[in-house]
Design a protein around this ligand. Structure first.
Ligand SMILES: Nc1ncnc2c1ncn2[C@@H]1O[C@H](COP(=O)(O)OP(=O)(O)OP(=O)(O)O)[C@@H](O)[C@H]1O
Length: 743
């Protein structure tokens, strides 16, 4: 085609525009479109005739915005020079994305990814293989129709039917020149195309005949079937595809930006709708959507003003928008990023549907508490560990959500460390922790007063251990103990007695809310949490009532590792996971009843994570404890109840009498109990904080000290209160010391 022909076609095509749309085919003015997209009510895209061009934001080369301060002056609110970090600073601050994808660096992830791919491929192959006869039948039935369709298309091509419209336009315009040129062109084309078609039609049967003679019969049949299938394929209606998708499962559907945008748009958040609507800035994805473990990961920058917590509040709606079960959809904040950066992980299947996993402890021969211990897996199936040493653990949940099972995991890990001394108190009374009796130095089960009193004695023993261990450590030479804390080397020296000491209290609310023992237990546990870490003492608490009355705030404030399974409200959530956890989007309230053993774990890693604890049932726990017992017998560390000995427990306030003598000088023969309680609390807040005069009296009674009425004149009036006589205390001390010396 020569230049004139081109020109003619262009002109005719322009005239052929019959859509009636004046903008159709117009080149988009990008600057206008951008202005429309980013236009704000404050900066109208179309300034009126009175607008001053040099004061509009667009008119300034630096993009600065001017605000009229008065009629004659303008104020520059954005600096004219570009501020903010330069490219070098930005490049240095940029976070490098991993060179290799997660599946290539982690064996578990690789196995999960490979398994998913293999399963997916096998499923698709089997699905289509079963339907192969059906596909063949449909194609064969549709082949004759397909043959005629192909023939019709060939004839239209040979007759150059597509240029018919152009000739019609030339005729309608009464333009003989154009018409003649077009007709001339068409004649040439038709001639050459008919020659080609004729050749094809003549050669086709000849080639078929040759193929019939030359090819083996199977190959000929296959070729004929392929041609037949091709004709059939042409005749398949577009709206009724022959091959249906092998997987409609919501679980493995690919996550795309469109799907995410659709789901976010369905949340009913005005800012998101605005961003997705016409003229909005859209939703940004700072990183590509990738496969991450057994699911998809999308990093999303939510529109300005929308936070991840807004999305968390509507997790169920998001799951509906994504067309996934709720247990598959896990939006999370990204701690180091702005509040609108969301990491959305969409699993192939709901976390609570993944078969429970007993984890490595089921087979482990031994562990060391100085090493991370296995605890569970995250949503992506990656192992999650806890560092029990130098830490304390608090587990909280509604009843029946898997607290005891979760507590059992670190306890079994501790059992497998033959050097660790275990003191286990299960105050529910169901015997869920009974397998640990085989290895524990002290153990008790039940919500009764005796068990609680015994648990308190056990806590007193641990408290006394704190004092002993602190003295041992402070007496050690610096080169042996440079950091003033128990190390694996120090713990291995049996003579020092600095082995790991693990105290666990399940259903600790029974203890802390108890009228008789609660106050003291709370105060001692607070001291253990605060001071025990460096001394190799670990406290593990589990409660189904994480409120102020059942869990002293000093404990919930100082514990390092927190695991919160399903809870009902913000208060419980924050009691377990820490202040502001709920506000920051760490919400164990979003778990449902089926999410047993699934919780938020805070403090184990850098960021909070959703973890499903390993599921070690009672028979598996018994097997582990049997192994642990054997290891302890071999190491010579089986002690206390497990060894059939009387467990070590603390006396009732070993130091109470001495403490009273310390705070009541000899010049003060009598003192009111309330004054005494206040002075004791000042001396040792961790033990006596919050003590009432009645508690002083009941603590002294077993030591043979009775309180008496003490009369004082205050403001001219006689005031009678209970108190103690200092001489009674010194007599009790003399008696105690005499008894000790005697035996
Ligand atoms: N990691 C887990 N995976 C799967 N299921 C679990 C898991 N942990 C616990 N469960 C299931 O949850 C049930 C309740 O667990 P558990 O007894 O530990 O709950 P709890 O919170 O201690 O209950 P309660 O408050 O009544 O003592 C168990 O019987 C078990 O079937």
């Amino acid at each position: 085609m020569n230049h004139d022909d081109d020109e003619l076609f262009r002109r005719l095509e322009a005239e052929l525009d019959l859509t009636g749309d004046p903008d159709a085919g117009a080149v988009l003015d990008l600057s206008k479109a951008r202005a429309a997209r980013h236009g704000s009510p404050d900066s109208p895209a179309d300034p009126g005739p009175d607008s001053t061009p040099d004061r509009s934001p667009d008119s300034d080369p630096d993009g600065s915005v001017y605000l009229p301060a008065d009629e004659s002056a303008v104020r520059l609110v954005d600096s004219p020079a570009p501020t903010g970090p330069g490219w070098w600073a930005r490049a240095r601050a940029a976070k490098p994305r991993p060179v290799l994808p997660a599946w290539a660096t982690s064996r578990t992830e690789f196995e999960t990814a490979a398994l998913w791919l293999a399963k997916h491929t096998l499923h698709s192959l089997a699905f289509h293989a079963v339907r192969l006869p059906w596909y063949a039948a449909v194609l064969a039935l549709r082949a004759p129709g397909g043959f005629f369709t192909v023939l019709a298309r060939l004839l239209r091509w040979a007759w150059d039917s597509e240029s018919e419209a152009l000739r019609q336009v030339a005729a309608t315009r009464n333009d003989p020149d154009d018409y003649l040129k077009l007709s001339h062109l068409r004649d040439g084309r038709v001639r050459s195309r008919w020659i080609l078609l004729g050749l094809g039609l003549a050669l086709g049967p000849v080639l078929a005949l040759i193929a019939y003679v030359v090819l083996p019969s199977w190959a000929f049949t296959l070729a004929a079937a392929a041609i037949l299938a091709a004709f059939g394929w042409v005749n398949i209606p577009k709206d009724k595809p022959l091959i249906s998708r092998a997987v409609v499962a919501t679980e493995v559907e690919r996550l795309t930006s469109t799907v995410v945008e659709r789901a976010l748009g369905a949340l009913g958040i005005a800012e998101i709708n605005k961003a997705l609507g016409k003229g909005g800035e859209g939703i940004r994805f700072p990183a590509p959507i990738t496969r991450d473990g057994p699911g998809w990961r999308a990093d999303v920058d939510l529109p300005y003003g929308v936070t991840v917590t807004d999305i968390l509040d509507r997790r169920d709606r998001l799951a509906s928008g994504l067309r996934r079960p709720l247990g598959c959809v896990w939006p999370e904040p990204v701690p180091d990023e702005h509040a609108g950066r969301m990491m959305l992980w969409v699993g192939d299947r709901a976390l609570n549907q993944v078969p429970p996993n007993a984890g490595p402890l089921a087979k482990a021969a031994q562990t060391s508490l100085f090493q991370p211990i296995p605890f569970g897996t995250d949503q992506r199936g990656r192992p999650v560990t806890l560092s029990l040493m130098y830490d304390n653990v608090l587990i909280g949940a509604m009843p029946g959500m898997g607290k005891t099972f979760s507590l059992r995991v670190p306890l079994l890990a501790a059992a497998l460390d033959p050097t660790a001394e275990l003191l286990v108190w299960e105050l529910k009374g169901t015997g869920d922790l009974a397998p640990l009796r085989e290895v524990a130095a002290d153990y008790g089960s039940g919500p009764d007063d005796d068990t609680k009193a015994a648990a308190l004695q056990s806590i007193r023993y641990v408290y006394a251990e704190l004092e002993r261990r602190a003295k041992v450590i402070s007496g050690l030479p610096k080169e042996l103990c440079p950091e003033n804390k128990v190390t694996a080397q120090l713990a291995a020296k049996k003579s020092l007695g600095l082995h790991p000491l693990v105290l666990a209290v399940d259903e600790c609310q029974e203890l802390f809310a108890d009228e008789k023992v609660g106050k003291e237990a709370g105060a001692l546990c607070t001291a253990i949490i605060k001071r025990g870490r460096a001394l190799g003492v670990m406290l593990l608490l589990a409660t189904q009532r994480p409120d102020r009355d059942s869990l002293p705030t000093a404990i919930s404030a100082n514990v390092g590792t927190r695991y919160c399974l399903r809870v009902m409200g913000q208060v419980e959530n924050d009691m377990v996971l820490g202040t502001s956890a709920y506000k920051n989007g760490i919400r164990a309230t979003s778990f449902v009843k089926k999410d047993k053993g699934i919780g938020y774990l805070v403090g184990a890693g850098d960021d909070p994570q959703i973890v499903r604890s390993y599921y070690i049932d009672t028979p598996a726990a018994e097997a582990i404890c049997k192994r642990a017992r054997a290891a302890r017998i071999a190491a010579g560390t089986l002690a206390g109840i497990a060894a059939g000995q009387t467990p070590q427990r603390g006396d009732r306030h070993d130091t109470l009498l001495d403490d009273i003598l310390a705070v009541v000088p000899p010049s003060e023969p009598k003192v009111w109990s309330e004054t005494l309680a206040a002075r004791l609390a000042e001396l040792r807040p961790e033990v006596y904080d919050g003590w009432t005069p009645e508690q002083v009296a009941s603590a002294l009674a077993p030591m043979g000290v009775e309180t008496i009425q003490i009369n004082r004149r205050i403001d001219g009036k006689n005031v009678n209160r209970r108190g103690i006589q200092r001489s009674d205390i010194s007599d009790a001390v003399t008696k105690r010391d005499r008894n000790r010396d005697a035996g």
